[in-house]
Design a protein. Sequence first.
Length: 288
Amino acid sequence: MFIRMTRRQVQIWRIAAGATLVVGFAAAMDAPARADLPPELAQDLVAYYPFDETSGTVVNDRSEKLKHAAIVNGNAATVWNGGRGLTLPGGNGGTAPAVALPDGLLSGLGEVTIAYDIRLSSATQQGPVFAFGSTTDNGGYLTATPGAGTTPHQASIAGPGNSPVAQTVGGPVALAAGTWKHVAVAVRGGDALTPGRLSLYVDGALVSSNPMLTLKPGDIASVSGFIGRSSSASGQQFRGTIKDFRIYAKELTASQVLALSNEARASWRSPSQTAASKCGGVLSCARR
């Protein structure tokens, strides 16, 4: 169907169409860049906490398992970052702010991968990023700490019992403060006859691996879990920002960890950085 328009109507239509194009382009520029994840990384999720909330104490599980977590002992220094992670101020002991996870997330698992993005607030005082299990009930634990000072970044797993020997894997140094890092702790359970593996990745690269693991995640009898609190609920606690905390019921491959790291790198860029990169570093490109 042909519609005849006057010269004035044509001019108005062109102005409106141009405005729509500019607005749509600007909106696309403001959206944070995200790398596409392989389909298998949407599978076998026990829970996924992106920390994309902007207020409140509920930390939603976006894996559709509805295993929501909750901020405990929050204070004025426990800060949501506009949908881009949660900052925990740390402190000393079990009264410091932390995120309480649902009980039993590792129950029955023979393998697990814990992956997350962190930005440390301190390089001298730090505590574990997460801890599944508790030393108070001698139920065993799985934990990872970014390190501080001369103490290196490491992950450890220990079985039930009184003062069990931890099986550990670690990097050469502590993680740097003030910069985003993607970390993955991958566990393939084993025993004395058929050892498993405990691996630590930083920014998609394998830092270290222990191929003589004699425990499974499901061996941990203690059902509690926290982000930002140690398994003993004593000493220094985590100081920094955390986002995109994923728990997989499998040992991710090196390529899968790298894919998560690449996706994380895209999400770390601010909207203004994303806009600049889309325009070759020129923020005003929408007006060109």
